[in-house]
Ligand binder design. Structure first.
Ligand code: ATP
Ligand code: MG
Length: 395
């Protein structure tokens, strides 16, 4: 097992028509045994980051360490010290979104593949080291036994022992996925890199597989770096999440902190479901009536306010900002009823609110109107950076 340390990493793609800065000054430290998730919208550089860790892409400059070993180092000021360890020697394995299995090989041979390609000589060495016997004493049959034992171990871990004789075409999507994961584990990598490995599965299977992945990580203690653009997957799996926007890291934190203390407006609106809405502070004062005691809690430098559905409710609470809204639509999200509302004072403003029942409020003036109370909200400065989470309700 190993940690992954990345310092000042840059990567630019250049073609005749385009120059894309895919990674800009990436710094992160994945701890040993951590389930680390890289989260961000399409095109933000997630796969690029995974590929440079794997050695499949070469960064412009920076440093990558896996365990205590530097696998990449490049600083234009000291060109003689450049290091670039080839992918096969980085002791990691990767599961891609399209987890291509070899169709002509059965499941056993698909899983055994990474062991077979390292060659008989290297395998002999490995067995000699693991079993503490001289290389000369290892016979051909023992190599086969070793491979068989390793394949069966990972197959049992992923509960696919009964599939070992089948061909990939005979398997369901989830079973194929498990074979791909078993294949990635057979060589006991120190780090497992996964690029959207569940995105080809249907919704039900995705939920099941992500639980299995989490269990697998707990059982093996392996360090996993996992890429997704799905925030619910990220919050379920991750011990920590790095949120990326346009090649830069916006925040690295636990799922709870990313939600409760988003470093930037981008993180606040990207993470959370339904997505939070952001208003300029002037619009907030137009739309809401803000009692003095609430006004005093708002930081001086506040330029934007972020409102999540759960912050806004139809339950009256003393001292909270409140306003009159028109209800546009409802949706049931789990046990909650989420209304989309707009304000006549600022017609382009649309907010989400968690309400108790889809009927007009007695206090409201118009038929489809509802009075809503803002229990709490998050404030950001003019640079869209986090300022403060403010609780308006007194209870
Ligand atoms: N081989 C390449 N050549 C040129 N540009 C590339 C190449 N690979 C990726 N890019 C560009 O680099 C940026 C980051 O791409 P990347 O594939 O890392 O994004 P991503 O976050 O994985 O997106 P997705 O969620 O869609 O998979 C994009 O703007 C993309 O167009
Ligand atoms: Mg990608």
């Amino acid at each position: 097992m190993a940690e992954v340390i990345i310092k000042n990493l840059y990567k630019t793609y250049r073609s005749t028509t385009r120059k894309v800065q895919a990674l800009k000054n990436i710094n992160l430290h994945v701890k040993d045994g951590e389930f680390f998730v890289i989260l961000g919208p399409s095109g933000c550089g997630k796969s690029t980051l995974l590929n440079v860790i794997a050695g499949l892409e070469t960064p412009d400059s920076g440093e990558i360490k896996i365990g205590s070993r530097t696998v990449f180092y490049k600083n234009p000021e000291e060109p003689r010290n450049t290091v670039n360890v080839e992918p096969g020697r980085r002791n990691l394995s990767m599961v891609f979104q399209s987890y291509a299995l070899y169709p002509h090989l059965n499941v056993f041979e698909n899983i055994a593949f990474p062991l077979r390609i390292i060659g008989k000589k290297a395998l002999k060495k490995l067995i000699a080291r693991e079993e503490n016997i001289p290389e000369e004493r290892i016979h051909k049959s023992e190599i086969e036994n070793y491979i068989s034992e390793k394949v069966r171990q990972v197959a049992s871990l992923l509960e696919i022992e009964e599939l070992l004789e089948s061909k990939p075409a005979e398997l369901s999507g989830g079973q194929r996925q498990r074979v791909a994961i078993a294949r990635s584990l057979v060589k006991k990598p120190s780090v497992l890199l996964m690029d959207e490995p569940l995105s080809n599965l249907d919704a039900r299977l995705r939920l099941k597989m992500r639980e299995e992945l989490k269990n697998l990580q707990r059982k093996t203690g392996i360090t996993i770096v996992y890429v997704t653009h799905d925030q619910s997957e990220a919050s379920f799996l991750a011990s920590r999440i790095a949120v990326i926007k346009e090649g830069s890291i916006e925040q690295i934190d636990t799922p709870e902190k990313i939600y409760s203390k988003p470093a930037t407006i981008f993180v606040g609106t990207f993470y959370g479901s339904p997505p939070a809405e952001v208003l300029p502070i002037e619009t907030f004062f137009e739309v809401f009536e803000v009692p003095q005691q609430a006004r005093e809690k708002i930081p001086q430098q506040a330029r934007y306010i972020l409102i999540r559905a759960e912050n806004l409710s139809d339950k009256p609470e003393k001292g909270t900002p409140h306003g009159e809204f028109e209800m546009i639509s409802f949706e049931k999200v789990g046990p909650a009823l989420i209304a989309t509302v707009s304000s006549s004072k600022s017609p382009h403003t649309s907010l989400k609110a968690a309400i108790s029942q889809p009927r007009k409020s007695a206090e409201s003036k118009s038929a489809s109107g509802i009075r809503l109370y803002l229990k709490e909200a998050t404030f950001f400065d003019p640079f869209e950076k986090f300022l403060k989470f403010v609780k308006f309700s007194i209870s």
